[in-house]
Design a protein around this ligand. Structure first.
Ligand SMILES: CC/C=C\C/C=C\C/C=C\CCCC(=O)SCCNC(=O)CCNC(=O)[C@H](O)C(C)(C)COP(=O)(O)OP(=O)(O)OC[C@H]1O[C@@H](n2cnc3c(N)ncnc32)[C@H](O)[C@@H]1OP(=O)(O)O
Ligand SMILES: Cc1cc2nc3c(=O)[nH]c(=O)nc-3n(C[C@H](O)[C@H](O)[C@H](O)COP(=O)(O)OP(=O)(O)OC[C@H]3O[C@@H](n4cnc5c(N)ncnc54)[C@H](O)[C@@H]3O)c2cc1C
Length: 664
């Protein structure tokens, strides 16, 4: 069977309405229409071609990214795209570049932390891209520890200015995207000093480059930090370094929505939580969760289509071989990732709601849900990006040798994606924030304050600490209440176990340090519970389309049961389930794989990705893999000539020597 016949056959087997599933995946019919239109607009424009990124030099890649960004901006204006449309359009461009940081961090930082006057002055310039900005927080010596930043901003009452200075090499800003070669401005985080007193880290709007000739302003040293992991990949981004040598900015360029410095140099501290200064990070962490589902879906789409096209073994007398997707081992590795893509999509939708809700509350000076919003965005960012990075690499292996080819799309996807485990907060550091939140919640249980939101289950501690799972047969693992109870009991018991161990230390901070590894595990268990519970909640909604809900149910329970299988140690050691119940979960999982199998290709078609966005010969919609692999190979510059450069200098001498010795 040819590749295209394989996939056509697979599509015919689907037991649900793919078009309706596309709408569920997109979130609404309107969101689907926008996404579908934008992805095709990008795919049809030759400027956004991605085919030769691997063989470009860094300079070519960078210039090509500038060209794409300028073209995108021109189209966005000419076509009068809305904010929603242009965000999605840029996403499908699939080219990391300065636009990401300008729109997702620089502009939001001013919106969130600037006063009304500052917003009126800077946002129109930024919105028209008359200035281009980045987010300069991380330093050579300090990234995770924001309070440890060293750059200083000292107020000079004589001139009504701040003097920005990098006192040490480790205080150089290091990593900000868009800083190295493009940005004219930055939001810079520095220690505010007035009258010799250090008030901690605050944000400042700083012009970096001359708007006429793009040269750095006097007192500023700036450049790119060098080549990063992988061919092409994130190397289109100019992550940069920046040093200040007593560089002066006017007082009104300190972002003063929260705390202020008066003309006289008096520091007026914020009357709202100082953590609001971290608001830009919270907003980006929230979007990173939705983006995790997109990256996971992309890898899974490639691996699923290819697994249906690829055949190995199983033929008798020269007959047709087995599609590798039919091997239970392949299903056991692939289908949980497919389920994870959907699970992350739905938890991402919920997190967007949570973020919008907390933003509205903050505007009304209600700060009650801020700790929960921080814990959820940090924890889910951490959990979903770690799972997605591992998932992309697993998809590469699921594609065998061809998965290692650049044209499979998987190596570059991995190289671009994997820093998500580090940027916007190292995943371990962020998970420890969740653990702190959980320890506080557990400590308050006896005070009579009922925990709310995602920790509401802890209010049922008495029951959850004692209950025994009532699962008796494999089908019970499809009962939402029983599945939820298992995840709640495991998460609570792990958190309580950490809290009890903490009590054994006189010094709580020292105890926390000793128990870091267990605390991270407790944080992950809590986050997995959130994802499972939001997937189950999704199933309770009105879901249209023939067979759609049934497929989502299968995916939901595959997601939950594969986690039980993967983290069996947690579930058994906390006595949440017995080994027999674990074995029943495994039986149910195998049965779910069989039910999912005929729908697998259609479930990845529901992502509605264009071949341009996938960028993969193995994941092509038409399944025409082998002829296209040849075409790609022949395009390689090494195949430009039959005899390679260097033959006469470095190969021929060996062969001539062999001939001489053969004659002797
Ligand atoms: C495809 C990609 C899509 C979109 C992305 C777009 C752009 C391109 C991609 C990449 C861009 C990457 C940009 C960056 O990386 S910017 C730099 C990011 N840096 C970090 O994330 C640093 C991580 N560190 C921190 O956030 C903090 O240092 C900390 C680890 C959270 C600790 O904070 P700190 O104040 O020092 O210390 P604590 O004493 O631990 O906390 C005090 C108190 O505050 C609470 N807290 C902390 N953070 C927040 C917050 N954001 N919101 C609300 N509350 C917060 C914390 O829980 C604690 O509370 P208590 O009640 O316990 O006192
Ligand atoms: C591609 C990319 C783009 C970026 N873009 C930007 C940007 O635009 N702007 C910007 O300001 N920054 C940016 N960054 C920087 C990024 O935010 C930091 O790298 C990130 O916050 C991690 O900090 P770090 O590098 O200091 O890691 P470190 O904190 O040095 O981490 C090193 C190791 O130490 C561990 N560790 C650290 N602290 C603890 C702890 N308390 N407990 C236990 N373990 C710990 C970590 O888990 C990790 O294993 C970017 C980084 C990358 C890779």
């Amino acid at each position: 069977m040819e590749g295209d016949d394989n996939l056509a056959h697979e599509r015919n087997k689907a037991e649900f309405d793919v078009n309706e599933m596309k709408i569920v995946w997109a979130g609404s019919r309107q969101a689907f229409e926008v996404s579908n239109r934008m992805s095709r607009l990008v795919a049809s424009d030759p400027v956004f071609d991605k085919s030769n990124r691997a063989v470009m030099t860094r300079k070519e890649l960078f210039k090509n990214t500038l060209r794409k960004s300028a073209h995108a901006w021109k189209l966005i204006n000419e076509l009068c795209l809305s904010d929603e449309e242009s965000t999605i359009f840029k996403y499908f461009m699939d080219q990391p570049g300065f636009l990401d940081l300008h729109w997702r961090m620089f502009v939001p930082a001013i919106k969130g932390q600037g006063t009304e006057e500052q917003k009126q002055k800077w946002l129109p310039l930024a919105n028209k891209m008359q200035i281009i900005g980045c987010y300069a927080q991380t330093e050579l010596g300090h990234g995770s520890n924001v309070q440890g930043l060293e750059t200083t901003a000292t107020f000079n009452p004589q001139t009504d200015q701040f003097i920005l200075h990098s006192p040490t090499q480790t205080s150089s800003k290091w990593w900000p995207g868009g800083l190295g070669k493009v940005s004219t401005h930055a939001v810079v985080y520095a220690r505010l000093i007035t009258n010799g007193k250090d008030h901690g880290v605050h944000g400042f709007i700083v012009q970096l480059r001359n708007l006429d000739d793009h040269s750095p302003l006097p007192g500023i040293t700036i450049g790119d930090i060098g080549v990063k992991f992988g061919n092409g990949a994130y190397n289109s981004m100019d992550n940069g370094f920046l040093m200040f040598d007593k560089f002066c900015i006017p007082r009104d360029q300190m972002l003063m929505r929260l705390s202020k410095v008066t003309r006289e140099g008096k520091y007026v501290p914020s009357d709202v939580p100082r953590q609001l200064m971290y608001g830009t990070m919270v907003s980006v962490r929230q979007t990173i969760v939705s983006n995790a589902s997109v990256a996971m879906a992309r890898a899974v789409c490639i691996a699923t289509r290819y697994s249906a096209v690829r055949r190995q073994f199983g033929s008798q007398n020269g007959g047709v071989e087995t599609q590798v997707i039919d091997y239970k081992t392949q299903q056991n590795r692939l289908f949980p990732l497919l389920a994870s893509a959907y699970a992350f999509r739905f938890v991402g939708e919920w997190l967007k709601w949570l973020y919008t809700d907390v933003t509205q509350r903050l505007e009304a000076s209600d700060f009650a849900t801020l700790p929960e919003a921080h814990a959820c965005t940090a924890g889910l960012k951490s959990m979903t990006t770690s799972a997605t990075s591992d998932g992309i690499e697993e998809c590469r292996k699921l594609c065998g040798g061809h998965g290692y080819l650049w044209c499979s799309g998987l190596p570059e996807l991995f190289a671009v994606y994997v820093p998500a485990c580090t940027y916007e907060g190292d995943n371990v550091v962020l998970q420890l924030q969740v653990a702190r939140f959980l320890m506080k919640t557990v400590a308050q249980l006896s005070s009579g304050n009922a925990p709310a939101g995602t920790t509401a289950y802890m209010g049922r501690a008495k029951h959850l600490l004692q209950c025994r799972s009532s699962i008796q047969k494999a089908e019970d693992w499809l009962n939402p209440a029983m599945v939820l109870e298992a995840f709640e009991a495991r998460a609570l018991r792990m958190a309580v176990s950490c809290a009890n161990n903490l009590k054994k230390f006189e010094n709580q901070e020292q105890g926390f340090s000793e128990l870091l590894a267990d605390l991270v595990e407790a944080g992950i268990a809590h986050c997995q519970l959130i994802v499972v519970s939001k997937f189950i909640a999704k199933l309770e909604r009105d879901i249209k389309g023939k067979g759609v809900k049934n497929q989502l149910k299968n995916l939901c329970y595959i997601y939950a049961l594969h986690l039980i299988h993967k983290h069996l140690g947690d579930f058994l050691s906390t006595n949440t389930i017995t080994p027999e119940q674990a074995s029943l979960a495994n039986n149910q999982l195998r049965s779910l794989y069989s039910q999912l199998r005929p729908n697998a290709v259609a479930l990845v078609d529901a992502f509605d990705y264009t071949d341009h966005y996938l960028g993969s010969v193995l994941g092509r919609y038409d399944g025409n893999v082998y002829p296209k692999l040849f075409e790609e190979a022949l395009k390689d510059p090494l195949n430009d000539s039959v005899v390679p450069d260097g033959y006469h200098e470095y190969i021929r001498p060996f062969i001539k020597q062999d001939l001489r010795s053969a004659r002797l």
